[in-house]
Design a binder for this molecule. Structure first.
Ligand code: ATP
Length: 599
């Protein structure tokens, strides 16, 4: 096909404002497109050379280089191009104009001399040249780009020059959405828009519209109907609706659900083909290179030759394995030295879905069945495990799990339908998944002083050492200590060494009668030592007893992401922050949560 046809279509599209007319113009274009070219025509309409997730270089040639190329091709001074560019405000149009006036002169000369007209530019030739420009790297790449571009502009007709320039600038200025392309594909190649849902579903399962178009024209609509996910091609993610009333949420999913922790990290779609691992983000970018550790875990713990599984990558505390805030994961993503950051910000993967396993497309299986596959295919470890989840059928338990999830560092919970219809709806947002996040949060601006009532032994390099403490607030009315949280972060190695020694004098083999706790630590301690603690926020937790019943029937007050600051030898246990004070702090600092943006 001649590139001229595309250029003329793009020119027409620029002037159209109705969606139907846009679709019709594309239908006409597709009807003139051969089977072998449809893929690249779709990419050109999308203004790219390949899907973004391929991680291949995009074209984006700098304006300066373009002007130079045009100056060589058209034999005009760069200043002249710049001048016209300033006047018309669009480099594509400027070069088109210059070319038109040049060609007019040359045309007269050609017909006068009887010289043969040059050959037309084909779509294939244009695409191949664009690829050359995009992939030229290293020394000499600027010259290659310049030469290829100048060659194209020399051979192009004025209208073609406009779109060549715009394309390589990365600014095509025709804004055709994927939805319109799919409509047009359906009409052009199946004669009706009734097949559009089949095309859309196929695109959701394989996010490469060029590829989908090619299958359609080469193998027909039936082939698309039977399409399955393919390892290496990302699937458009299933998305959740949001609500905040536990009763309503349960009703929406038919009264029972799997309720999962909603982890606060980065969504990861992991593709495994033997030892080859690819990780795609929520936006289907290829993020494999950012997570060499997750690549390793996937090789080790996904027990299938071929699989596509989905989960959340979360920053964790290497010593306590506790979840860390999303912001910490972001510090890792911003740095370039990945090997170093891998050590500083270790991550764990919490998997929540299996989409494809060893030749089996699981997208049409209900969630409980997909979960069975996931559980059978993952060898769970600290580094890669199934997301925490529970079968829940009443609002109280849902509320409890919600607070538990938050106090343990999650962002909330996901309520997931387990009905027969609970398929994996790729690319769709619906009520099969409902996200339950907080509307309000109580930011902690001040530290508090709490009493140590118990302790836990650590793992890994902290094995055998007491390294996490259970702390409580004071309730002067009942003269008891009610637990608030566990603290395992913020201690230096030196403090940890001392701690085990010092605590020896306080260890008792039963809970102190003045301690009210629903958690059983590895060792109980006489409530004597006071510690200064700060966290990200005050929150509710069903696991803790401080002020339980005051704000919520089910949960007490707790601290999210608590951190050790200092010992307070100057304070006795009755001088600790009281549960009442914590309630006041919670209420005073309660603020509406603004919608956060994930990466
Ligand atoms: P959305 O993805 O719904 O457009 P968003 O990008 O703002 O919205 P959130 O509101 O945080 O994201 O909610 C959805 C995200 O929650 C998912 O994309 C996923 O990354 C994350 N997530 C964490 N835990 C789970 C889980 N157990 N199941 C599904 N998603 C989870």
């Amino acid at each position: 096909m001649d590139f001229e046809i595309i250029a003329r279509t793009f020119d027409a599209l620029e002037k159209i404002s109705s969606r139907i007319a846009l679709t019709n113009a594309l239908v006409d274009l597709f009807k003139q497109t051969s089977k072998d070219e449809v893929k690249i025509v779709v990419y050109l309409i999308q203004g790219r050379l390949w899907p973004d997730w391929k991680g291949m270089p995009e074209i984006g040639v700098a304006e300066k280089l373009l002007i130079k190329a045009a100056s060589i091709a058209l034999n005009v001074k760069e200043e002249q191009i710049n001048k016209i560019y300033k006047e018309v405000g669009d480099l594509g149009k400027a070069i088109e104009q210059i070319k038109a006036s040049k060609d007019a002169t040359a045309g007269t000369l050609t017909s006068f001399l009887g010289v043969q007209k040059k050959e037309k530019l084909s779509v294939k030739k244009i695409y191949e040249s664009f690829v050359k420009i995009a992939t030229a790297e290293g020394e000499g790449s600027r010259d290659i780009k310049l030469r290829v571009l100048a060659g194209l502009l020399k051979d192009a007709q004025p209208i073609e020059a406009r779109f060549i320039v715009r394309f390589v600038e990365g600014r095509l200025r025709i804004n055709i959405g994927d939805a319109t392309v799919m409509d047009a594909l359906s009409i052009a190649f199946t004669g009706t828009d009734a097949n559009r849902p089949i095309i859309e579903r196929a695109y959701n399962l394989r996010a490469d519209l060029g590829d989908i178009a090619e299958i359609l024209v080469k193998d027909g609509i039936n082939a698309l109907q039977n399409i399955t996910p393919k390892v290496g091609i990302p699937i458009r993610p299933m998305l959740a609706e949001r609500h905040n009333d536990p009763k309503v949420m349960l009703e929406k999913v038919g009264g029972k659900a799997y309720v999962e922790y909603k982890y606060d990290g980065e969504r990861a779609q992991i593709h495994k083909s033997n030892d080859e691992i690819t990780i795609f983000s929520r936006r289907l970018e290829n993020i494999t290179h950012q997570y060499p550790d997750v690549v390793e875990y996937s090789r080790k713990y996904i027990k299938a030759n071929e699989a596509i599984v989905e989960g959340e990558i979360v920053a964790i505390d290497p010593d306590t394995r506790e979840l860390r805030p999303f912001q910490i994961l972001m510090t890792r993503k911003r740095k370039h030295d990945i090997t170093k950051m891998m050590k500083e910000v270790p991550v764990s993967v919490f998997l929540f879905d299996a989409i494809y396993v060893d030749g089996k497309d699981l997208t049409n299986f209900p969630l409980p069945e997909r979960r069975k596959y996931l559980e059978s295919v993952i060898a769970q470890s600290d580094d890669m495990q199934i997301a925490q989840y529970k079968y829940i059928d009443n609002a109280e338990d849902l509320e409890k799990m919600f607070y538990e999830a938050i106090s343990n560092g999650a962002e909330g919970v996901m309520i997931k339908s387990i009905s027969e219809k609970s398929i994996y709806q790729a690319g769709n947002r619906g009520w099969l998944w409902i996200k339950y996040k907080r509307d309000y949060r109580s930011e902690m601006s001040d530290s508090v002083d709490l009493v140590v009532v118990g302790a836990f032994y650590g793992k890994g390099k902290r094995a055998g050492k007491l390294s996490t403490i259970l702390v409580a607030g004071y309730d002067p009315d009942a003269d008891v200590f009610r637990t608030v949280c566990k603290v395992g972060t913020g201690f230096t190695d030196e403090e940890l060494d001392k701690m085990t020694e010092e605590f020896k004098g306080y260890i008792i083999d039963h809970k102190d009668p003045r301690v009210i706790s629903e958690i059983t630590p590895d060792v109980w301690l006489i409530p004597k030592k006071v510690v200064e603690v700060i966290g990200a926020e005050l929150t509710l937790s069903p696991l803790h007893t401080c002020a339980k019943g005051e704000i919520s029937k089910e949960a007490g007050l707790s601290i999210r992401f608590p951190r050790f600051i200092n010992w307070r030898p100057d304070k006795g246990p009755e001088d600790a922050t009281t549960c009442k004070e914590l309630v006041e702090m919670y209420r005073m600092q309660l603020k509406q949560v603004e919608e956060e943006q994930n990466p």
